[in-house]
Design a protein around this ligand. Structure first.
Ligand SMILES: Cc1cc2nc3c(=O)[nH]c(=O)nc-3n(C[C@H](O)[C@H](O)[C@H](O)COP(=O)(O)O)c2cc1C
Length: 580
């Protein structure tokens, strides 16, 4: 039984006069041959895209109950010599090449593939020599006799020696210029002649070298995701127009990309002189500056490389960044450390947060820049360039990160409304609990939101039944305080469960500069609410009930101010060399 007969008949291929499903026969093994034509082998940028595409195809195959068998050929590590032009494969040894190298094996794999993914970089507006060699060596796959093309493309052809009509082809390539547009005309023409007019799908992407820069992964990963989606759709009904539009979006704006690219060569554009490594590094970092992170005034980031005895300044302005090789301005943020450490960070041998937590560098001045490093340098550059479908997570079906409002609104409304009138107040708070999932529908609700809803609903219910608001309100303070304290026994204190999304998500949980203040603050909030329960009880009994609302509203406000101050002060203090 086919699991998905509708899926099965969407892609048909002709074989021996009958139509058979090409992809996704339930239980069928689909053979995919990935030909990596980049001289860089595994380090190829184009290969990243090709693999994402195949991931998408694989996902679709698995959903349809078939299996994908991937065979990967890395031309850079194969022995494939150039065609000698002897025509022996047409005459003396029909179908067999006289050169004894890896090409025979390649041809066998090609013939038995269902899908061939041709992955290659653009070299001089065509394929690199490695791949052109392989294409020239396809001659044994053709018959020698002259014939006419059925697709009307070009004049004259040679019929295929093997039945290769059913093989599907996808070209995946990156190029170095800012866009792929208008740069692939030679490639298209050649493959039109080689594989048949438009007998292939293609994904061509500019700015290819950016795929290897980990600091830019938040943008390049978005693109790779679109490529995966393209693979998924390709294996079903074909790549949708919406996905094609996503794939056309530039990774970065032309000027922004060209600035990054120029800075990477280590050569001064005007003089042609070689630039020292530390200056190249500083300029590249400046090129990653995201001007959307500008906050109303220019900032001067001073980088002191202690092992080299050199100081650079980067002006972070409204229109972009500028590097000064010696101090020109008063620094707003100053980072002192060895250049060697920066290199380790850029090689991913240590994370910037870990280095800071270990006090391997010292920061003085405005610490906000450090807390928003990812936004200022590169990581969130993608926002302006993200395809429309991705810019609003809720519209694309994805939920927004949890909001603390979902947890706080039920509690605050309960404490206020029940203390004013236990009967009506409890009904209002019950109603609000019921409405929270609707009001916060765009956000993910986490365990603390759910527990809060259950506890507030139970306490409101009790207040309504008993007509006594004092006890449930006070029990609420106790429960709320326990939430904070209990969360400190887990690997994610309550505040961190919400705040981590502003600091890179789960990766923030590994950052001691983020975690330590969150543990401290969660304990403070927990203790505060336990004490609130205690003083509310005793003040009520002592006849000072009138002051309770004032104290119980004022103290959290003060604690909120302390939280805002402490969460900024603590990492800055540590970065200045503070001991805890
Ligand atoms: C010899 C050579 C020729 C190149 N020619 C072009 C070109 O004509 N157009 C272009 O946009 N990029 C060109 N590039 C840049 C590559 O296409 C680009 O770096 C690509 O992302 C490399 O992909 P890979 O990592 O998969 O090998 C060239 C690079 C080299 C080394």
């Amino acid at each position: 039984m086919h699991k998905n007969p509708a899926g099965l008949i969407t892609i048909l291929k002709e074989a021996g006069g009958t139509f058979l499903p090409a992809f996704f026969c339930y239980n069928k093994i689909m053979k995919v041959l990935l030909i990596n034509g980049s001289p860089k082998g595994k380090n190829s940028n184009s290969l990243k895209l090709a693999k994402s595409f195949i991931d998408g195809v694989k996902k679709a195959a698995e959903e349809d109950g078939s299996k994908l068998e991937l065979d990967e050929l890395e031309l850079a590590s194969l022995n494939i010599g150039p065609c000698k032009g002897c025509f022996a494969c047409w005459k003396a040894t029909p179908g067999k090449c006289v050169i004894k190298d890896d090409m025979q094996m390649v041809i066998e794999k090609q013939i038995s593939a269902d899908l061939i993914v041709w992955s290659f970089p653009l070299y001089y507006f065509n394929v690199p020599g490695l791949l052109k060699n392989l294409i020239d060596r396809q001659l044994p796959m053709s018959l020698p006799f002259m014939s006419e093309r059925s697709d009307g493309y070009g004049k004259g052809t040679h019929e295929a020696r093997y039945n290769t009509k059913n093989i599907r082809h996808v070209l995946v390539s990156t190029c170095g210029f800012y866009t792929a547009e208008d740069n692939y005309d030679s490639v298209r023409n050649m493959f039109n002649h080689f594989l048949g007019k438009d007998n292939f799908e293609s994904i061509f992407c500019g700015q290819g070298e950016l795929f290897k820069i980990k600091e830019l992964s938040s943008r390049t990963d978005v693109y790779l995701n679109s490529v995966k989606k393209a693979g998924y759709e390709y294996a079903q009904n074909g790549i949708s127009q919406a996905t094609r539009e996503e794939l056309k979006v530039l990774l970065y704006e032309k000027e922004e990309f060209e600035r990054m690219a120029d800075a990477s060569w280590g050569v001064d554009k005007a003089s042609g002189q070689k630039i020292p490594e530390d200056e190249v590094f500083t300029k590249q970092m400046a090129a990653l500056y995201n001007k959307n992170s500008y906050k109303g005034k220019d900032r001067i980031l001073e980088m002191v490389y202690t092992d080299l005895g050199k100081t650079y300044q980067i002006l972070l302005g409204k229109d972009g960044s500028k590097v000064f090789t010696s101090p020109e301005y008063e620094a707003t943020t100053r980072i002192e450390t060895s250049f060697e450490l920066w290199q380790k960070i850029s090689r991913n041998e240590i994370s910037g947060e870990e280095a800071l937590a270990k006090q391997l560098y010292k920061v003085t001045g405005d610490f906000d820049l450090m807390m928003n490093w990812g936004k200022v340098f590169g990581k969130d550059n993608s926002q302006s360039q993200k395809p429309a479908a991705d810019s609003n997570p809720s519209s694309s079906g994805k939920l927004l990160p949890p909001s603390m409002a979902a947890m706080l609104i039920p509690w605050i409304s309960f404490w206020i409304s029940v203390s004013i009138n236990s009967k009506t107040g409890s009904l209002i708070s019950l109603l609000l609990c019921a409405l929270i999932p609707l009001l916060m529908r765009k956000h993910r609700l986490i365990i603390w939101d759910q527990l809060s809803l259950v506890c507030v609903a139970a306490l409101s219910f009790t207040a309504n039944l008993t007509g006594n608001g004092h006890l449930p309100t006070n029990a609420g303070y106790l429960v709320f305080g326990l939430f904070w304290l209990i969360s400190c026994l887990t690997k994610e204190p309550l505040s961190a469960a919400y705040m981590k999304y502003n600091y890179g998500g789960d990766s923030a949980l590994k950052n001691p500069l983020f975690m330590k203040p969150n543990y401290i603050l969660s304990v403070c909030w927990g203790v505060l609410y336990l004490l609130t329960a205690v003083w509310t009880y005793f003040l009520g009994r002592a006849g000072f009930g009138i002051v309770i609302p004032i104290i119980n509203n004022l103290v959290p406000v003060l604690m909120g101010l302390f939280t805002a101050w402490f969460s900024k002060w603590y990492p800055a203090w540590k970065a200045r060399g503070g001991k805890s």
